[in-house]
Design a protein. Structure first.
Length: 233
């Protein structure tokens, strides 16, 4: 509805359902003219019965509203300016925004629109940052998954290394045992060789002795007699 260059009355919803609803009704009555104001007492009970307090689900002061993070800054800014102009009239610091309430509200709406665009761009950047954070989070999860796989591979590798180390220790013990047995056999062979040499030397000494040469005819005669005896059998 275009109300430019016409009388306007701005009424806040919270004023109509709040405790001070009579003040708002009086303002509406004054705006509409004296005939309604004169008949207002007749409608007071009906108005009181019409207002349903249960419809007012939430109630916050202006200060509480300003500190709410879920309310956009442009909305809070525009609301405070609107409250200042409507309820308290023109404020000194509003002179720079215009000379009339309509001009002030138009300028405030323009500033709020610019602020809303800035907040939208900021929100877009935040959304882009959130997307990048999600991408980085996915990369971190993928990295963690790969690290877990590497940890499993390292654990399996360490188990294999431990098994091979144990096997090598067993082989080293077996090699040491075989080496000891080889040394024992080598020593035994050396002892046998020394005994053989000793026996050989004793046989050579026996064969080259005088007694062996003197008894040589007897041994030959004994051998001939044995052959003759076997022949007679």
């Amino acid at each position: 509805m275009n109300t430019r260059d016409r009388r306007r009355l701005i009424v806040f919803y919270e004023d109509l359902v709040g405790q001070e609803w009579k003040v708002a009704i009086n303002e509406v009555a004054d705006f509409l003219g004296h005939p309604f104001t004169e008949r207002y007492p007749e409608y007071e009970k009906e108005l009181e019965a019409f207002i349903d307090r249960k419809l007012q689900h939430h109630k916050s002061s202006i200060v509480e509203t300003l500190y709410k993070d879920d309310v956009p800054f442009a909305v809070k800014y525009f609301y405070c300016i609107l409250m200042s102009v409507v309820k308290f009239g023109k404020v000194e610091w509003l002179n720079q925004l215009g000379s009339s309430p309509d001009e002030i509200l138009n300028n405030v709406a323009s500033h709020a629109h610019v602020e809303a665009l800035r907040m939208h761009r900021q929100n877009s950047r935040l959304v882009d940052c959130d997307h990048k954070v999600e991408v980085i989070s996915d990369l971190i999860k993928e990295r963690d998954t790969r690290l877990a796989e590497v940890a499993v591979w390292i654990e399996d590798y360490e188990m294999r290394v431990g098994h091979l180390t144990k096997l090598r220790e067993e082989q080293n013990m077996r090699i040491e045992d075989l080496t000891q047995r080889n040394e024992d056999l080598t020593k035994l062979r050396e002892d046998q060789n020394m005994r053989i040499e000793d026996l050989t030397q004793r046989i050579e000494d026996l064969l080259t002795s005088n007694s062996w040469r003197i008894t040589a005819p007897l041994r030959r005669a004994y051998t001939v007699l044995n052959r003759m005896r076997r022949g007679t059998k």
